[in-house]
Design a protein around this ligand. Structure first.
Ligand SMILES: Nc1ncnc2c1ncn2[C@@H]1O[C@H](COP(=O)(O)OP(=O)(O)OP(=O)(O)O)[C@@H](O)[C@H]1O
Ligand SMILES: [Mg+2]
Length: 238
């Protein structure tokens, strides 16, 4: 049974696509698997299809399979049955409009990653998304601080961590830093695993390797859906 990781936050531009593509790439690269039989699937449920455009530019170097599924709720509701994959990473839209699709994939999620920028303007929209939709799904979720630029000092980062702690939100230890390499990666048709081997690029990659360790080792237990015959119904009643 595939483990389904959903990357969600209905606030736009917080890094959902960046995190989905690079995390899928790092996990696929680490797990190995052949070109014919990749162990990882990346799925976009965003009608804007920015992940698809990125994947197409990477071309044959993309270490995972990719599917654009924003208009295919039937397939999305059966994601975890895709036994040929060990892990599935799902990008979701940054808007309130496509909530039905988001709810469909959240019902399949073994875990949810909620990217958040260290920027006070992002707090309220993220809180709404978490409270109204993500936490309601019953899937375990964690906030990921993304796009922090150390050159700006740590005031915003500390403020964001204090806000997240005050909300009682679970978080990843990893903070994904801001690198121009990430901003340019889609246009240049690369993921972190194709970055050059210089110091800055290795630092940028390192954030995603650390994140992957946290995601894959998240609880050391069987996927949520393997533990309960009817987790979706159970969580709705909770
Ligand atoms: N860690 C990072 N370092 C540098 N740039 C980043 C980082 N994370 C995201 N970005 C940039 O920020 C912008 C928004 O990121 P991205 O497209 O991944 O967000 P999103 O949440 O998927 O947006 P949308 O809601 O529109 O789908 C992009 O230009 C991306 O390259
Ligand atoms: Mg996106």
């Amino acid at each position: 049974m595939a483990r389904v990781h959903v990357i969600a936050n209905q606030k736009g531009g917080v890094g959902k696509t960046t995190v989905t593509v690079n995390l899928a790439a790092v996990v696929a690269d680490t797990l190995g698997g052949s070109l014919e039989e990749p162990q990882v699937l990346g799925v976009s449920t965003d009608p804007q299809a920015s992940m698809m455009e990125w994947a197409e530019r990477v071309g044959d170097a993309l270490p995972f399979d990719f599917a654009q599924c924003h208009d295919d709720p039937g397939s999305l509701s059966r994601l975890r049955q895709l036994d040929q994959y060990a892990h599935i990473f799902v990008d979701t839209p940054g808007s309130l409009e496509d909530e039905a699709i988001l709810q469909t994939v959240l019902a399949q999620a073994d875990d949810v990653i909620v990217p958040l920028e260290p920027e006070p303007m992002s707090f309220s929209p993220a809180a709404r998304s978490i409270q109204r939709v993500i936490a309601q799904s019953g899937a375990p979720w964690r906030v990921l601080l993304n796009n922090w630029d150390p050159r700006d000092g740590d005031a915003d980062l500390l403020q964001t961590k204090a806000y997240v702690a005050a909300q009682g939100w679970p978080t990843f230890n990893t903070v994904v830093r801001h690198y121009k390499l990430h901003t340019r990666a889609s246009a240049e048709g690369v993921t972190v695993v194709q970055f050059p081997k210089n110091r800055v690029a290795l630092e940028a990659r390192q954030d995603f390797f650390r994140l992957a360790l946290e995601v894959l080792g998240s609880d050391g237990q069987a996927p949520r859906h393997a533990q309960s015959g009817n987790a979706v119904t159970a969580s709705k009643g909770a």
